[in-house]
Structure formats: C-alpha cells, structure tokens
Design a protein around this ligand. Structure first.
Ligand code: ZN
Length: 319
C-alpha cells in the first residue's frame, strides 16, 4: 500500500505553515506565510492545497494544528471554531469548516500543542510511548497529554499552563497571567521571565542567567510534579524557547527528583530520559497536522465501512 498523501496546516498566531507529505522527512510541498485577517489567510492556505492537487493529484485528508482556544467536542455546532481569543478578528472563526468545504476531504483539527504532542509521539522524542506529556515553554506554557495512545480532550483541551504552583520564597513578581496571579505560565512562561528580569530569557547571561535558571527550574519542577502525579507519564518532552536555555535540563531533572522526594520511588522518574528536549523543533506543529490528517482519513474510512455494513454514520469528524 502506498503512503497516504496528507495535507497539514499549522495555524499559528503569527504564521501559517501548510505542507503536503506523509512524514516530516517526506514533504513534497510547503508554504509559510504570516497570519493575517482570517478569511484571506484561510483562502491562501486552501489555494496552496488546490494548486498542488491540480498538479499532483488528490489528498486523502488534511490535519490542522491551530492556536486556541478551540471548540473540539465532536458533534458540537461550533466544532473546529476558535473560541474567544486575544488575536484580533479571530474570535469565533471557523478554522476547519472552510478547509473541509473547499477541499472535500476529511479534516482533523486540534490545538497546536496537542498537535506537537502527537508529532513528537509519532516521529520525535516520545516515539514508541503511549502515555506521555508534551510541554511547550515559550512565551506562555502549554501542555498536551497523550494517555493510552490518545490525546486528552474533554469539555475542552487541557490548559496545563494554568496549573497552580507554589510561589518560591522571595519572588515578588506579581505574575503575568491576566486571569490568575500565581499560575504556572504567569510565573514561569517566557513573558513572565522577560518581565521579571527586564530582559528576554534568551538574552540572559552570567549571574542573571544563573539566578533566572534557579527560579525557572524550581517553578518548572513544581508544575511537572503535578503532571507526574496526575497523568503518570512515561516521559515528559519539553519544547519552546525557554527549553533551549543553556543547562536547563540537567538542573530540571535533579529538581524534579528532589521535589518528588522519593515518592513513589520509581527509578524511571530520576532517569536521564524521563524529562527530555523536544526533537521536531519548528516541524512539531505541521507534523501534528499530519498525524491529525491520518486520524481523520482513518475515521472517514471507518465511517464509510460502517455505512456500507448498515451501522449508520459514527459522527464527530469532518468528512
Ligand atoms: Zn493563568
């Protein structure tokens, strides 16, 4: 059987990445452009796929990894729409529907963070695992949990960046989250670091970097402890700009071990491969789009099979 031809969209707050392929190392066409007004931006993405389809043939499905918050409840009237977002003009926009209508193929959609989690699981740092957490620590903090091979979605996608973490003694920074004063993102995201130290995290050096790392590692470990105890991950994969701070990972592993304090005493929690850097970098989002496209293609095939066998449609996907 030949590999499916899939389309992927990473719909980011600042840029769109659209590609056609079957894996991060099997990409036949790609386009990147800045995110503008919703209608022309989505049209530009659709045009890219239609032009390629005209030249090289049909796609099996498209997957979209989008900035959020998104409505993802299957069967919901607003499925695939953005909820209220600070991104001007994008609140309530239907991201998945126009792509499905224009291209006539199954479309899968999830958040960019969940997409990256799926991409890291299929091709990156969580390959071969079925229960893991992907965390991005960039301007903000976002996390996706894959449990038993399925990404966790319920009433809404997870919002791990807003976990509560204890304030480190002596830290008087008020927090940068507009909703919570002491949440994880508000105390330890890149925006919080920049505001606390008066300089972007990636420009810190010397004593300032050492002090920033001490605090950052303490906050990150505190949040990871909650994640370890609530989701029992086999591994935690961390991407985003703050994850690239020199020397972060060895300190973070040691601090996490210390904060778990020997409970439940698993050697795996202290192992080098328990908390690791993401591997896909800028391709994590589009790779997630490819996984979502493959899932949408499989769901559509399953639905067709059910219809042929008289079981009726199974609902919940764009097909
Ligand atoms: Zn918050």
């Amino acid at each position: 059987m030949s590999a499916p031809r899939l389309g992927a969209i990473e719909s980011g707050g600042t840029k769109f990445v659209c590609l056609i392929g079957s894996a991060p190392d099997r990409i036949e066409a790609e386009i990147r452009f800045p995110t503008g007004e919703p209608a022309p931006t989505l049209t530009r993405a659709i045009d890219f796929f239609q032009e390629r389809i005209a030249v090289t043939g049909p796609l099996d499905a498209v997957g979209i990894a989008s900035f959020g918050p998104l409505e993802l409840r299957p069967g919901h009237a607003e499925f695939g729409h953005l909820a209220a977002t600070p991104k001007p003009g994008w609140s309530g926009v239907d991201v998945a529907g126009p792509v499905a209508a224009a291209l006539g193929v199954p479309v899968g959609i999830d958040t960019d963070v969940n997409g990256a989690a799926l991409g890291e699981g299929r091709w990156g740092a969580a390959r071969g695992l079925d229960t893991y957490v992907y965390l991005t620590v960039g301007t903000g903090i976002g996390g996706g949990a894959v449990i038993g091979g399925k990404v966790v979605r319920g009433l809404v996608h997870t919002e791990m960046g807003h976990l509560t973490v204890p304030r480190i003694a002596g830290d008087t920074f008020p927090g940068s989250c507009p909703y919570h004063s002491d949440c994880w993102e508000g105390l330890a995201g890149g925006e919080a670091m920049g505001a606390r130290w008066g300089t972007p995290a990636e420009e810190l050096a010397g004593d300032a970097l050492r002090e920033a790392l001490r605090l950052e590692v303490a906050y990150l470990a505190a949040g990871l402890r909650n994640i370890v105890y609530t989701t029992a991950p086999q591994r935690i994969v961390i991407g985003g700009g703050v994850a690239e701070l020199s020397g972060l990972f060895p300190l973070l592993r040691a601090e996490l071990s210390a904060t778990l304090a020997g409970y439940p005493g698993l050697p795996e929690h202290a192992a080098e491969d328990f908390v690791v850097p993401a591997q896909l970098g800028g391709l994590a989002g589009p790779a997630g789009g490819l996984v979502l496209a493959a899932e949408a293609a499989a769901a559509a095939k399953h639905a067709r099979h059910r219809q042929r066998s008289g079981a009726g449609p199974s609902g919940g996907t764009y097909a």
